[in-house]
Design a protein. Structure first.
Lengths: 113, 116
Protein backbone atom coordinates (compact mmCIF):
# COMPACT_ATOMS: atom_id res chain seq x y z
CA UNK A 1 0.00 0.00 0.00
CA UNK A 2 1.13 3.53 -0.68
CA UNK A 3 2.46 5.39 2.35
CA UNK A 4 0.71 8.53 3.56
CA UNK A 5 2.14 11.53 5.37
CA UNK A 6 0.01 13.78 7.57
CA UNK A 7 0.78 16.59 10.02
CA UNK A 8 0.86 15.37 13.59
CA UNK A 9 -1.59 17.93 14.89
CA UNK A 10 -3.72 20.90 13.87
CA UNK A 11 -6.01 23.41 15.56
CA UNK A 12 -9.09 25.00 14.05
CA UNK A 13 -11.52 27.58 15.42
CA UNK A 14 -15.07 26.42 15.94
CA UNK A 15 -17.27 27.36 12.98
CA UNK A 16 -14.36 27.68 10.57
CA UNK A 17 -13.41 25.23 7.86
CA UNK A 18 -10.86 22.62 8.88
CA UNK A 19 -8.51 21.63 6.08
CA UNK A 20 -6.52 18.47 6.71
CA UNK A 21 -3.75 17.67 4.19
CA UNK A 22 -2.40 14.28 3.25
CA UNK A 23 0.54 13.41 1.04
CA UNK A 24 0.46 10.12 -0.85
CA UNK A 25 3.05 10.62 -3.57
CA UNK A 26 3.52 6.90 -4.27
CA UNK A 27 -0.17 6.16 -4.85
CA UNK A 28 -0.90 3.68 -7.64
CA UNK A 29 -3.41 4.28 -10.40
CA UNK A 30 -6.10 2.01 -8.96
CA UNK A 31 -5.71 2.96 -5.30
CA UNK A 32 -8.38 4.92 -3.51
CA UNK A 33 -7.94 7.58 -0.83
CA UNK A 34 -10.01 6.99 2.31
CA UNK A 35 -10.46 9.12 5.38
CA UNK A 36 -11.47 7.81 8.77
CA UNK A 37 -11.56 9.58 12.11
CA UNK A 38 -11.33 8.35 15.67
CA UNK A 39 -12.92 10.26 18.48
CA UNK A 40 -11.37 9.60 21.87
CA UNK A 41 -12.17 6.14 23.27
CA UNK A 42 -14.21 5.12 20.23
CA UNK A 43 -13.51 2.98 17.19
CA UNK A 44 -12.59 4.65 13.88
CA UNK A 45 -15.42 6.04 11.77
CA UNK A 46 -15.51 6.20 7.97
CA UNK A 47 -15.78 9.73 6.57
CA UNK A 48 -15.28 9.72 2.81
CA UNK A 49 -13.33 8.17 -0.04
CA UNK A 50 -12.29 9.11 -3.58
CA UNK A 51 -10.28 7.97 -6.60
CA UNK A 52 -9.73 10.92 -8.92
CA UNK A 53 -12.63 13.32 -8.64
CA UNK A 54 -13.45 15.57 -5.73
CA UNK A 55 -16.12 14.13 -3.49
CA UNK A 56 -18.61 15.57 -1.02
CA UNK A 57 -20.97 13.98 1.45
CA UNK A 58 -22.87 15.08 4.52
CA UNK A 59 -19.74 14.95 6.66
CA UNK A 60 -16.95 16.41 4.54
CA UNK A 61 -15.41 17.18 1.17
CA UNK A 62 -12.38 15.49 -0.32
CA UNK A 63 -10.17 17.35 -2.75
CA UNK A 64 -7.66 15.22 -4.68
CA UNK A 65 -4.96 16.93 -6.74
CA UNK A 66 -4.82 16.21 -10.44
CA UNK A 67 -1.63 14.17 -10.10
CA UNK A 68 -3.26 12.33 -7.14
CA UNK A 69 -0.16 12.75 -5.04
CA UNK A 70 -1.96 14.62 -2.30
CA UNK A 71 -5.42 15.31 -0.99
CA UNK A 72 -7.23 17.54 1.49
CA UNK A 73 -10.14 16.68 3.73
CA UNK A 74 -12.37 19.66 4.40
CA UNK A 75 -14.79 19.90 7.32
CA UNK A 76 -16.75 22.97 6.23
CA UNK A 77 -18.01 24.22 9.60
CA UNK A 78 -16.03 22.55 12.36
CA UNK A 79 -17.74 21.89 15.68
CA UNK A 80 -16.30 20.76 19.00
CA UNK A 81 -17.51 17.24 18.20
CA UNK A 82 -15.07 17.15 15.26
CA UNK A 83 -12.14 17.00 17.67
CA UNK A 84 -10.55 13.66 16.80
CA UNK A 85 -7.62 11.92 15.13
CA UNK A 86 -8.06 11.89 11.35
CA UNK A 87 -6.48 9.13 9.29
CA UNK A 88 -5.74 9.30 5.58
CA UNK A 89 -5.49 5.80 4.09
CA UNK A 90 -4.61 4.63 0.61
CA UNK A 91 -6.12 1.31 -0.38
CA UNK A 92 -6.55 -0.83 -3.50
CA UNK A 93 -10.12 -1.46 -4.71
CA UNK A 94 -11.95 -4.39 -3.08
CA UNK A 95 -10.98 -7.89 -4.08
CA UNK A 96 -7.44 -6.95 -5.11
CA UNK A 97 -6.16 -9.13 -2.31
CA UNK A 98 -5.62 -6.44 0.29
CA UNK A 99 -8.76 -5.91 2.31
CA UNK A 100 -7.19 -4.46 5.44
CA UNK A 101 -6.92 -0.80 6.34
CA UNK A 102 -3.37 0.41 6.99
CA UNK A 103 -3.51 3.28 9.45
CA UNK A 104 -0.67 5.71 10.09
CA UNK A 105 -0.54 7.93 13.15
CA UNK A 106 -2.98 10.44 11.69
CA UNK A 107 -3.58 14.12 12.43
CA UNK A 108 -4.91 15.11 15.83
CA UNK A 109 -7.41 17.88 15.09
CA UNK A 110 -8.45 20.08 17.99
CA UNK A 111 -11.39 22.42 17.54
CA UNK A 112 -10.96 25.54 19.63
CA UNK A 113 -14.12 27.19 21.07
CA UNK B 1 -28.36 -0.61 18.40
CA UNK B 2 -27.40 -2.32 15.15
CA UNK B 3 -23.70 -1.43 15.19
CA UNK B 4 -20.69 -3.64 15.90
CA UNK B 5 -20.56 -4.68 19.53
CA UNK B 6 -17.64 -5.96 21.55
CA UNK B 7 -17.49 -7.64 24.91
CA UNK B 8 -16.03 -6.97 27.38
CA UNK B 9 -15.23 -3.29 27.03
CA UNK B 10 -12.43 -3.50 29.57
CA UNK B 11 -10.34 -6.40 30.81
CA UNK B 12 -7.61 -6.45 33.44
CA UNK B 13 -5.64 -9.66 33.76
CA UNK B 14 -2.42 -10.92 35.21
CA UNK B 15 0.53 -11.91 33.08
CA UNK B 16 0.29 -15.52 32.00
CA UNK B 17 -3.50 -15.72 32.06
CA UNK B 18 -5.65 -16.42 29.01
CA UNK B 19 -8.26 -13.93 27.82
CA UNK B 20 -11.02 -14.12 25.23
CA UNK B 21 -12.82 -11.25 23.54
CA UNK B 22 -16.04 -11.40 21.57
CA UNK B 23 -17.19 -9.37 18.58
CA UNK B 24 -20.70 -9.29 17.15
CA UNK B 25 -20.66 -7.71 13.68
CA UNK B 26 -23.43 -5.86 11.94
CA UNK B 27 -26.01 -8.37 10.84
CA UNK B 28 -25.35 -9.79 7.36
CA UNK B 29 -21.88 -8.31 7.10
CA UNK B 30 -19.83 -11.22 5.85
CA UNK B 31 -16.40 -9.69 6.49
CA UNK B 32 -15.02 -9.29 9.98
CA UNK B 33 -11.68 -7.75 10.98
CA UNK B 34 -9.59 -7.57 14.13
CA UNK B 35 -7.16 -4.71 14.78
CA UNK B 36 -4.95 -3.79 17.72
CA UNK B 37 -4.20 -0.24 18.81
CA UNK B 38 -1.53 0.84 21.27
CA UNK B 39 -1.31 4.26 22.83
CA UNK B 40 -0.53 7.03 20.36
CA UNK B 41 -0.59 4.72 17.34
CA UNK B 42 -3.16 4.00 14.68
CA UNK B 43 -4.90 0.63 14.62
CA UNK B 44 -2.83 -2.27 13.27
CA UNK B 45 -4.43 -5.09 11.32
CA UNK B 46 -4.41 -8.53 12.93
CA UNK B 47 -6.68 -10.77 10.87
CA UNK B 48 -9.88 -10.93 8.87
CA UNK B 49 -12.62 -13.39 8.02
CA UNK B 50 -14.93 -13.75 5.10
CA UNK B 51 -17.86 -15.69 6.51
CA UNK B 52 -16.21 -18.43 8.60
CA UNK B 53 -12.96 -18.54 6.61
CA UNK B 54 -9.92 -16.77 8.04
CA UNK B 55 -8.35 -15.30 4.91
CA UNK B 56 -5.43 -13.25 6.17
CA UNK B 57 -3.32 -13.07 9.29
CA UNK B 58 -0.75 -10.44 10.17
CA UNK B 59 2.69 -11.44 11.41
CA UNK B 60 1.64 -9.53 14.55
CA UNK B 61 -0.66 -12.46 15.28
CA UNK B 62 1.77 -14.69 17.16
CA UNK B 63 0.99 -18.30 17.99
CA UNK B 64 -0.42 -17.13 21.33
CA UNK B 65 -3.27 -15.47 19.45
CA UNK B 66 -6.13 -17.32 17.86
CA UNK B 67 -9.28 -16.01 16.24
CA UNK B 68 -12.39 -17.89 15.21
CA UNK B 69 -15.65 -17.18 13.52
CA UNK B 70 -17.31 -20.59 13.67
CA UNK B 71 -20.67 -19.88 12.07
CA UNK B 72 -19.79 -16.81 10.10
CA UNK B 73 -21.51 -14.55 12.60
CA UNK B 74 -19.76 -13.54 15.85
CA UNK B 75 -16.02 -13.89 16.31
CA UNK B 76 -13.71 -14.51 19.25
CA UNK B 77 -10.11 -13.48 19.73
CA UNK B 78 -8.17 -15.43 22.35
CA UNK B 79 -4.79 -14.53 23.74
CA UNK B 80 -3.01 -17.28 25.64
CA UNK B 81 -0.30 -16.68 28.25
CA UNK B 82 -0.76 -12.92 28.13
CA UNK B 83 2.27 -10.65 28.31
CA UNK B 84 2.47 -7.02 29.35
CA UNK B 85 3.14 -6.12 25.71
CA UNK B 86 -0.34 -7.38 24.84
CA UNK B 87 -1.85 -4.41 26.66
CA UNK B 88 -3.76 -2.50 24.00
CA UNK B 89 -7.18 -1.71 22.58
CA UNK B 90 -8.53 -4.56 20.47
CA UNK B 91 -10.89 -3.34 17.79
CA UNK B 92 -13.30 -5.33 15.70
CA UNK B 93 -14.81 -4.13 12.42
CA UNK B 94 -17.23 -5.58 9.91
CA UNK B 95 -18.06 -4.78 6.31
CA UNK B 96 -20.35 -6.04 3.59
CA UNK B 97 -18.77 -7.69 0.60
CA UNK B 98 -20.00 -5.66 -2.34
CA UNK B 99 -16.93 -5.81 -4.55
CA UNK B 100 -17.16 -2.05 -4.97
CA UNK B 101 -15.60 0.79 -2.96
CA UNK B 102 -15.87 1.82 -0.25
CA UNK B 103 -16.77 -1.47 1.41
CA UNK B 104 -16.82 0.62 4.53
CA UNK B 105 -15.47 -1.01 7.64
CA UNK B 106 -17.66 -0.26 10.65
CA UNK B 107 -15.77 -0.42 13.91
CA UNK B 108 -16.91 -1.45 17.34
CA UNK B 109 -16.00 0.45 20.53
CA UNK B 110 -13.08 -1.86 21.26
CA UNK B 111 -11.94 -3.95 24.22
CA UNK B 112 -9.24 -2.34 26.30
CA UNK B 113 -6.87 -4.93 27.74
CA UNK B 114 -4.46 -4.26 30.58
CA UNK B 115 -1.99 -6.98 31.51
CA UNK B 116 -0.42 -6.53 34.91
Amino acid sequence: DAKTTQPTSMDCAEGRAANLPCNHSTISGNEYVYWYRQIHSQGPQYIIHGLKNNETNEMASLIITEDRKSSTLILPHATLRDTAVYYCIVRPPPNFGNEKLTFGTGTRLTIIP
Amino acid sequence: DTGVSQDPRHKITKRGQNVTFRCDPISEHNRLYWYRQTLGQGPEFLTYFQNEAQLEKSRLLSDRFSAERPKGSFSTLEIQRTEQGDSAMYLCASSPRTGLPPETQYFGPGTRLLVL
